[in-house]
Design a protein around this ligand. Structure first.
Ligand SMILES: NCC(=O)N[C@@H](Cc1c[nH]cn1)C(=O)O
Ligand SMILES: [Zn+2]
Ligand SMILES: [Zn+2]
Length: 485
């Protein structure tokens, strides 16, 4: 393994010596409940953007809070979308320019959902190893790692070897509404002259070995709505006299996937590319333990039980459908005997390269409409795709990946695995298109961080070494780019 250059060594020491300060930085932002899907939290989402903008300004960045318009809510109201931060630090024509993307919004979280601690109060575990809190790993922790890295360069009086541009949005967990239009509007201004794009918004495949990620699935999100009455009804007085909305909905949802996880929507598999022999080889070398994976999710039996490649392919390169919930259905404690008047089923399909969200929409709407017509219910039926984002696969031979691999080796002293991921960051492909350059995902946290789940955490080690990693990545881009040009 190569030795750490002296300047980078100083930066690594600074990061290590400022662990407490960097943890406090994360604590301050986890405290802001910036839940993008909750309209009543919109002021907090905006506050989070303002606080982060101030932090960037303190580091000397030029910033702009960009208005991206209004959001139409399902009840017909409109509220302002949170602003997107565009920032730039350095404009040296002799340096490469890296565009950094991150998001400041989080998934909802409540103590009653089963958190052991207040989700919006960053809490250190008693052994001092883990930091619990919503957004600790997805994605406030990684965004703070960038700030920690820049502060470390500046405090060590070491020139940052790249110009940095930032695009920090606050609607990622809700389909990145407004961002695509902003990218298009600023294509020839802010987003021009970018040499490399880097995103830290995903996770290691396991808990021990770092990885770099070159592919993501896309996502098509659907609402299917059934209405059976003008008001909620007493099931003793009205049960047995009408087709209930919830039964109709469950029938529709059950038509999407079979017991083996096969998607039953006709046309969906048509565009999925066959697995090549070359691809099969790649899966063989990936460090992934099926038993650890099963233990992590707490599931006794998987669909492809002991087959590592099949499990990874099901997560990374085949489509899947998940049913997320039913709005309007009784879900609280107790035994309420209600017939809900209207229910909305929410499900999504993760999509893979060569699949088009518009075609997916067409297939799903056609399938559900046909199942509905066969059902013969007199109720009202509506299905819509609320957002559709494409998948993304990158070129791992680009200098962006060479620099990141080298950075991982400098920090973690291992060669990273190159992975794809089943989650979606739909804006990734737009960032690639608008800048016309390569995108890399550098994950900071571990697979067991519990993003979107109860007790989300980031390991102190990942947060601190992650700050070093991003500093080393900037360093290696600076070094390799000047060699290349
Ligand atoms: N860390 C990335 C992430 O969690 N992305 C979300 C994106 C999304 C799309 N629609 C709703 N959320 C994901 O679920 O993959
Ligand atoms: Zn995220
Ligand atoms: Zn997320």
């Amino acid at each position: 393994m190569t030795a750490v250059p002296a300047d980078l060594g100083k930066i690594f020491d600074y990061v290590a010596n400022n662990k407490e300060k960097f943890i406090s930085r994360l604590r301050e932002v986890v405290r802001i409940p910036s839940v993008s899907s909750a309209p009543d939290k919109r002021d907090d989402v905006i506050a989070m953007a303002r606080v982060t903008e101030e932090k960037l300004k303190k580091l000397g960045a030029k910033t702009e809070l960009c208005d991206v318009g209004m959001q139409k809510l399902s009840d017909g109201r409109s509220i302002r979308l949170p602003p997107v931060i565009l920032g730039s630090l350095g404009e040296d024509p002799n340096k490469p320019t890296i565009l950094i993307y991150g998001h400041l919004d989080v998934q909802p979280a409540a103590k009653e959902d089963g958190w052991n601690t207040d989700p919006f109060e960053l809490t250190l575990s008693s052994d001092g190893k883990r930091l619990y809190g919503r957004g600790a790993s997805d994605d406030k922790g990684p965004v703070m790692c960038w700030l920690n890295a820049i502060e470390s360069y500046q405090s060590c009086h070491i020139d940052v070897p790249a110009n940095l541009k930032f695009v920090l949005e606050s609607m990622e967990e809700s389909g990145s509404e407004g961002l695509e239009d902003l990218l298009q509007a600023r294509k020839d201004t802010f987003f021009s002259g970018v040499d490399y794009v880097c995103i830290s918004d995903n996770y290691w495949l396991g808990t021990k070995k770092p990885c770099l990620t070159y592919g993501l699935r896309g996502i098509c999100y659907f609402f299917v709505e059934i209405e059976c009455a003008a008001k909620d009804l007493h099931s003793g007085l009205y049960g047995g006299v009408l087709n209930e909305a919830t039964s109709d909905l469950i029938h529709l949802l059950d038509s999407l996937i079979d017991r083996h996880g096969n998607i039953m929507v006709p046309g969906i598999q048509d565009d999925v590319l066959p697995v090549t022999d070359e691809e099969k080889e790649l899966y063989k070398n990936i460090d992934f333990s099926v038993s650890e994976f099963k233990a992590e999710i707490g599931s006794k039996q998987l669909l492809h039980n002991e087959d590592k490649a099949k499990i990874l392919m099901s997560r990374w390169r085949f489509p899947s459908i998940s049913i997320h919930g039913i709005e309007g259905a009784f879900a609280e404690e107790g035994s309420k005997t209600v017939i809900p008047r209207k229910v909305i089923g929410k499900f999504s399909m993760r999509i893979v390269p060569n699949m088009d969200p518009l075609k997916v929409e067409e297939c799903v709407v056609k399938h559900l409409t046909s199942v509905w017509n066969k059902r013969g219910s007199a109720n009202k039926f509506k299905v819509i795709m609320t957002h559709g984002g494409r998948s993304w696969v990158s070129d791992i031979n680009h200098i962006n990946y060479t620099a990141a691999r080298s950075a991982v080796k400098l920090v973690y002293k291992v060669e990273p695995d190159l992975t794809r991921e089943g989650g979606s960051i739909p804006i990734t492909i737009n960032l690639e298109e608008v800048t016309g350059t390569n995108v890399i995902l550098i994950p900071i946290g571990c697979c067991d961080d519990g993003a979107h789940s109860q007790n989300e955490k980031i390991d102190v080690l990942n947060y601190i070494e992650g700050s070093k990693l991003l500093a080393a990545y900037i360093y290696e881009i600076g070094r390799m780019h000047s060699k290349e040009t």
